[in-house]
Design a protein around this ligand. Structure first.
Ligand SMILES: *Cc1c(COP(=O)(O)O)cnc(C)c1O
Length: 225
């Protein structure tokens, strides 16, 4: 983005154009890429113009923040889907299953168990993405690439969960392409079709590597405080 804080709507339109261009260059149908507008830290006043611009899929990284902010917005607008893209503690599984339509941070057995229990209890089925820590960074959440197949199998067989796809956040200081390629490879060999990858800085590259869900915050809302 040339400006730090684009006027409301301008960022969204630019991101949509970039997604179309990236799809054309990759020989893909833009309908196969879902834009998730990451609204973390932004309040309802900042989100309303983006909804007015036609955006219906939003992402948050904290359950508490989303729970405080979204219910009034959901009451005012039809057809909005909320995705949780940040780490999830097992003790927040109940709130997460109640509020979100997709959860991108499934990365450990205890969480798989907590989600399975809540999904049964609430009869809700958010789409689940297993987060892959492609850079095997110790401070980061996600399962390592070598543990991915076993974890996906455990989600399916032990917990009866339908895994929808994979998510990754490449290391900040590395070229993202190999991380996107690795995530796509793990998805393929596990029969998964959805790929949540790509943020403001790299969503065009992610689309070239098969991203079906791009998570874009800054390029839509401007810089976070
Ligand atoms: C904040 C966040 C994003 C969006 O990042 P931008 O660089 O602002 O586009 C995407 N994914 C996750 C998991 C995030 O926490």
């Amino acid at each position: 983005m040339a400006t730090m804080n684009p006027p409301a709507g301008a960022g969204l339109a630019a991101v949509r154009r970039d997604i179309e261009t990236a799809c054309r260059e990759a020989g893909r149908d833009p309908a196969g890429v879902t834009l998730i507008a990451i609204s973390k830290t932004f309040d309802a006043a900042a989100i309303e113009p983006v909804i007015a611009g036609g955006q219906r899929v939003f992402g948050e990284n904290r359950v508490q923040e989303a729970k405080a902010k979204w219910p009034p917005l959901l009451a005012r607008h039809d057809g909005i889907a909320l995705h949780l893209v940040g780490p999830l503690q097992s003790n927040k599984a109940r709130d997460a299953v109640a509020l979100f339509d997709a959860i991108h941070s499934l990365d450990r057995d205890s969480l798989a168990g907590a989600l399975a229990k809540e999904m049964a209890r609430q009869s809700r089925r958010p789409a689940l993405f297993v987060e892959i820590n492609t850079g095997a960074e110790p401070q980061k959440s996600g399962v390592t690439p070598q543990d991915a197949d076993a974890f996906i199998a455990a989600c399916r067989e032990r917990h009866g969960l339908a895994v929808a796809g994979l998510m990754c956040i490449p290391p900040f200081d590395e070229a993202p392409a190999p991380h996107f390629a690795l995530t796509a490879q793990i998805a393929r060999r596990n029969g998964l079709t959805l790929l949540s990858m790509g943020m403001s800085a790299d969503f065009k590259i992610a689309i070239a590597f098969g991203a079906t869900h791009v998570r874009v915050g800054t390029a839509i809302f401007g810089a976070r405080a």
